[in-house]
Design a protein around this ligand. Structure first.
Ligand code: ADP
Ligand code: ASP
Ligand code: MG
Length: 412
């Protein structure tokens, strides 16, 4: 007997037919004698619909009430599935995040889980109930509803798996695993049998939305055995998927494992700023004080030693705020021009093998230049290289890099 957390994403519960299929998948695991906790997303499109309604109501809808509204899609899904299972004669009960409770901090819209009280879940499992829990939602220690950031049901599932010491955390989605690149953008992408936590963490944070970044972080810190599986395959097909595990579990280490893209940032460039100590600190300090996360930063060496250019990226929905803050600083910094560009995309290659192989960056840059793709900004870490390019060239860059590093030939 295994204890399994099964998480189903938005498209997997997107219709009556899909919810019925989820019930069949759950029943199949139950028939094998396993204990099951199910974590569900809202039906696809529902969270966006609710977000848009808050925006229609007010430009400054308070974050605490925003979370009350947008967590409701998950509540509906959990009620649907628990009800359906019960009506089929399968013992099942739903519990909301606040009933468990799943305690988070009060960072509304993207709260972090601090603790999960597992007693009630474990008691229900002992009574042979399937426990159905909405993903994405928690409660502060003061009793306010929170949500965990977009895609947060993945993190709910992994954190619950860690809390109840589940043998597996299975993330069921609309693809049958983690691919070498987004299969919807790179037709030749291949499913990986296994991927290390470290690589998956980079892939997620650099654009592979198949797993929320925090879910991978939580799995890595708690040694949760994480599998990504399809809810669309036939039950008879067996479980093909991807195991996310520690690097030791992977014998065949490639130099490059995956290629990702992310189009969620905007680039701001301040041209001709006075080149004096403290300028970068002032700019980045103002952004930090206003809660704006800066990702890539480049400062050029000035020609005349008097002025310089500084470029940085911020989430695209924060770019207007960042622009306004820079305009407020203009008398202090006396820059000549401020350029905001949202037509950018970040392309990254990821692989633990890069640690021990020089020359990967130059290969990446050559492939891009041979395809007339101009690089704006570069950043690297031990196991990834990222570049900023023009957004309309995203798919071309992904496919060319995928081909160059022979990722379509991965046969595992
Ligand atoms: P869910 O609603 O189940 O949470 P998501 O839409 O959040 O599903 O994540 C699944 C999607 O992630 C896939 O449809 C795919 O387009 C996208 N994706 C991006 N990069 C990858 C990748 N490297 N491997 C698999 N899927 C990826
Ligand atoms: N429903 C939420 C979202 O759309 C959370 C999730 O699906 O993981 O972001
Ligand atoms: Mg998701």
């Amino acid at each position: 007997m295994s204890r399994i957390v099964m998480k189903f994403g938005g498209t997997s519960v997107g219709s009556v037919e899909r919810i019925n299929h989820v019930a069949d998948i759950v029943k199949a695991e139950l028939d094998l004698g396993n204990q099951i906790v199910v974590v569900l997303s809202a039906m696809s499109g529902e969270t966006d619909r609710l977000i848009n309604l808050t925006k229609d109501l007010s430009d400054n809808f308070p974050s605490s009430e925003y979370d009350v509204v947008i967590s409701s899609g998950e509540q509906t899904s959990a009620g649907f599935l628990a009800g359906l299972l019960s009506s089929k004669g399968i013992k099942a009960q739903s519990r909301m995040g606040w009933q468990i409770p799943i305690i988070t901090n009060d960072d509304f819209r993207s709260a972090r889980i601090k603790a999960i009280h597992s007693e009630e879940i474990l008691n229900l499992l002992e009574s042979n109930e399937v426990v159905v829990i909405p993903g994405f939602q928690g409660i502060t220690s003061e009793g306010r509803i929170t949500t965990l950031g977009r895609g947060g049901s993945d993190t709910s599932a992994v954190a619950i798996a860690a809390a109840i010491k589940a043998d597996f955390c299975d993330i069921y989605t609309d693809v049958d695993g983690v691919y070498t690149s987004d299969p919807n953008k790179v037709p030749n992408a291949k499913r990986l049998d296994k991927i290390s936590y470290e690589e998956m963490l980079e892939m997620s944070s650099l654009g592979a939305k198949v797993l929320q970044t925090r879910s991978v972080e939580t799995a890595m810190n708690n040694n949760v055995v994480l599998r990504v599986l399809s809810s669309f395959s036939d039950l008879s097909e067996g479980k093909k998927g991807t195991l996310v595990c520690s690097e030791n579990g992977i014998s065949d280490k490639k130099i490059v494992t995956g290629v990702t893209s992310s189009s969620t940032d905007a680039k701001l460039t301040l041209k001709g700023i006075k080149d004096k100590p403290g300028v970068a600190a002032e700019i980045l300090g103002v952004l930090a004080d206003n809660g704006i996360n800066v990702d890539m930063i480049v400062q050029n060496i000035s020609d005349d030693r008097r002025t310089t250019d500084l470029t940085y990226t911020v989430p695209v929905d924060e770019s207007d705020k960042a622009k306004k803050l820079m305009e407020d600083l203009s008398s202090n910094l006396s820059y000549k021009d401020l350029i905001v560009d949202s037509n950018i995309s970040k392309i990254s290659i990821i692989g633990v093998g890069m640690r021990s192989n020089a020359g990967v960056a130059s290969q990446m840059f050559r492939v891009l230049s041979q395809n007339n793709i101009n690089i704006d900004v570069i950043s690297t870490s031990e196991i990834k290289i990222s570049v900023l390019i023009s957004r309309d060239l995203t798919e071309r860059a992904l496919n060319m890099l995928h081909e160059h590093f022979e990722l379509g030939k991965i046969t595992e």
